[in-house]
Design a protein around this ligand. Structure first.
Ligand code: ZN
Length: 133
């Protein structure tokens, strides 16, 4: 089990149309991809910052995970994604340490990456994602 870097930070926003120009104009970052992940009921926008990405997340359905998150907590940091070699192994390792998993095995996330989430109740309140190519 080795984490190489923070792959991305996921930020829940109400509107990509408002948030993208903010990131571009205020921070001088360039949005290089917009992708809908139907499975997660989100539309995502990506910005590269060094090795790390910022992933803006707009809900496409109030009943989806981001819709519920914003309804409950408002806009803000939603999750942190750690780059690992192998999501299956990383999830297994975490489970062996007594960590509650949201995903028992990897699934496909944005950009075709394998992803798996740990439950925030086990990670000091930070929804944590493992991510691998
Ligand atoms: Zn993510």
């Amino acid at each position: 089990m080795k984490v190489s870097h923070i792959e991305h930070i996921g930020i829940a926003v109400e509107s990509l149309d408002e948030a993208i120009p903010f990131y571009e104009n205020v921070f001088g970052m360039k949005c290089y991809a917009i992708e809908e992940v139907a499975d997660q009921k989100v539309k995502t926008a990506f910005f590269q910052v060094g090795q790390t990405k910022i992933e803006l997340l707009e809900s496409t359905d109030p009943e989806g995970p981001i819709g519920k998150f914003i309804a409950k907590k408002g806009q803000g940091i939603h999750h942190m994604a750690l780059a690992v070699d192998d999501v299956t192994e990383a999830l297994k390792h975490a489970e062996e340490q007594g960590v509650a998993l949201i995903d028992k095995g990897p699934r496909k996330g944005a950009e075709g990456l394998n992803i798996g989430f740990l439950h925030p109740k086990s990670t000091f309140g930070v929804l944590t994602e493992f991510c691998a190519k």
